[in-house]
Design a protein around this ligand. Structure first.
Ligand SMILES: NC(=O)c1ccc[n+]([C@@H]2O[C@H](COP(=O)([O-])OP(=O)(O)OC[C@H]3O[C@@H](n4cnc5c(N)ncnc54)[C@H](O)[C@@H]3O)[C@@H](O)[C@H]2O)c1
Length: 246
């Protein structure tokens, strides 16, 4: 029997990378899954495996509430929310326009907040409510061109800590996952064009490799499962030791 047998889960950013791997892992562990992404075609194989799928663009402020309502109708309960959809716009701070700044805050920070707000009553009714969000090791460090991305990912840590505090009385946990350098749609195009960049990330990690989406999905399964019922308000890195060295 899977560790998520009988549980229902909403996963965003499900068409690619970490979200796609998380949907597969949740299905493997027995959960019913409502998968969401702005890229419908990317979710077709997940639909064939039995996931409900729905297109939504989280740059749109109304998308989170609509998504939760549709998930609850389809599933028809909600034990796990994995707010994972995210994007990056690289630009030096002095050159970043408002649109790039605001899109990163909308998708990476405001959408997780709005998903949490809409899902709150359903998670509180669940015997094992779980809110997970994909932040980044860039929530605790930074690099050139990442002002908007880092601000959004650091903001998410404040969000989950506060949710953990406010929702603890219902037995609902809230945690942030901090991936390191992972081979996904976000990184692969650059790494394939410039393999030396992937090699550099691999060399920096204690485990001498970049991560795969499944490395992150396994942490999501653990945090969603009963095994993690006393872990809340935490920011947990899955980075192969990338951030150990100072
Ligand atoms: N890949 C890495 O190295 C890395 C490292 C740290 C954190 N992350 C985070 O992991 C999460 C997943 O990204 P990934 O690496 O799997 O990348 P990915 O590009 O493979 O997947 C991201 C998914 O989110 C979807 N998405 C993006 N913007 C959206 C929007 N406005 N509305 C709906 N869907 C949208 C995309 O269509 C895509 O399917 C993101 O939050 C990202 O910031 C990734």
């Amino acid at each position: 029997m899977g560790v998520l047998e009988g549980r229902t889960a909403l996963v965003t950013g499900a068409a690619s990378g970490i979200g796609y791997a998380a949907v597969e892992a949740f299905l493997d562990e027995g959960a019913r899954v409502f998968a969401v992404d702005r890229n419908s075609a990317g979710m077709a194989p997940l639909a064939r495996r039995g996931a409900f799928t729905r297109p939504a663009d989280f740059a749109d402020a109304a998308a989170a509430a609509e998504t939760v309502q549709e998930a609850v109708l389809a599933l028809p309960s909600l034990d796990i929310v994995f707010a994972n959809a995210g994007m990056v716009r690289n630009a030096l701070a002095a050159e970043m326009d408002d649109a790039a700044w605001e899109e990163q805050l909308a998708v990476n920070l405001s959408a997780p907040f709005r998903l949490a707000r809409s899902a709150a009553p359903y998670l509180a009714q669940s015997p094992a409510g779980r809110f997970l969000v994909t932040a980044s090791v860039m929530a605790e460090g930074t690099n050139y061109g990442l002002a908007g991305y880092c601000a959004s990912k650091t903001g998410v840590l404040g969000l989950v800590r506060t949710l953990a505090l406010e929702w603890g009385k219902h037995g609902v946990t809230a945690n942030a996952i901090l991936p390191g350098a992972i081979a996904t749609g976000m990184t692969k195009p650059l790494w394939e064009a410039h393999p030396e960049i992937a090699e550099l990330w691999a060399k920096k990690a204690a485990l001498r490799r970049v991560g795969q989406p499944e490395d992150v999905a396994r942490l999501a399964v653990f945090l969603a499962s009963d095994a993690a019922s006393f872990i809340t308000g935490q920011a947990i890195a899955v980075d192969g030791g990338l951030t150990l060295r100072v």
